[in-house]
Design a protein around this ligand. Sequence first.
Ligand SMILES: *Cc1c(COP(=O)(O)O)cnc(C)c1O
Length: 370
Amino acid sequence: MSVPFLDLAADHLPLAEPFRAAFDEALASSGFIGGQAVTRFEQSFAKFCGVNHTVGVANGTDALELILRAASIGPGDEVIVPTNTFVATAEAVVAAGATPVFADVDAHTLLITPESADAVLSERTAAIMAVHLYGQTVDMVALSAWADRHGLAVFEDAAQAQGAEDGGRRSGGLGLAAGFSFYPGKNLGALGDAGAVTTNDPDLADRVRCLANHGRAAGHHHHVMVGRNSRLDALQASLMSIKLEHLDDWNEHRRQRWGQYLERLCGVDGVRPVAQRPGATPVHHLAVIECDQRDVVREKLSEVGVDTGIHYPVPCHLHPAFARWAGEEPLPVAEAAAARLLSLPMFPTLTEGQVDEVVDELATVLKELR
Ligand SMILES: *Cc1c(COP(=O)(O)O)cnc(C)c1O
């Protein structure tokens, strides 16, 4: 039996009929940009996150960049980002004209903390981008308290955390604004690229919407800002409205499978699952462990048909693209973790049998290597 890392087809096959109906509707109406389908999705996603405003955009990276632009963060401003994240977090800061400053992460959760952010605080720090990595929220109460003391804006990169909660409150409404990605592999994915900004600030929502639609304000030919095109397609919005109805169930299924991983991994030497933060209810976008001899283990698992991933093999500040923004000091926790991280298969239709299979194979490989 082989276990894939991800099985998108299994999510989509049962929804093929409603997807086709949504496509027929789009074809019949020729309403491809904006309109009812986008509004309907924006309203449902706002409700899902428990926020007042959602603005659909083209992808998650744009969502983050547009938030920064709408908040007037740009040249001369530093934005603290964790180095253990997908590079898009830092790309968005650069795209907005601001300076990314990389922070280390907590050794147990691998998330940014007030302490790790404080270590790279400067007079030019304007904001912090909290990344809810692997589907677990950053401690936003502690981070916001720290940020308030220093007059910083707190934003969320919630690309991996649709539905994740911190003290019972959902990601998307835990900072000034949040950026979501609906890249197909995310917990809620489009059938293509898509993203969204969520916020409770009506002015920020208006500015993001305006920037994402060529700086248009009141009318089609009335441009009040130099914006760009970063819109959510109507067809993607329709397809995601169909998927959104299943997201709570899918997330619950991921939680159960992660619980099973934790139980089974208990007796396995040489692995350490990423810790769950007290008060957090993660949505387990990824099932990440730290593992001895990671590269050999990964290779051997692949030989027996178990697909795994690494998120991420290189911390952002060590990529050539970001070298000019890397600080003088090492970021030891993230640097050490990068060599040990291993992402196990995780998706909504993953079965108990498949989790057992993954852990059995992992235990066997580790035993052989000892
Ligand atoms: C996927 C992802 C993004 C970028 O989203 P795109 O839709 O691919 O642009 C940003 N941050 C994190 C943490 C992500 O996982």
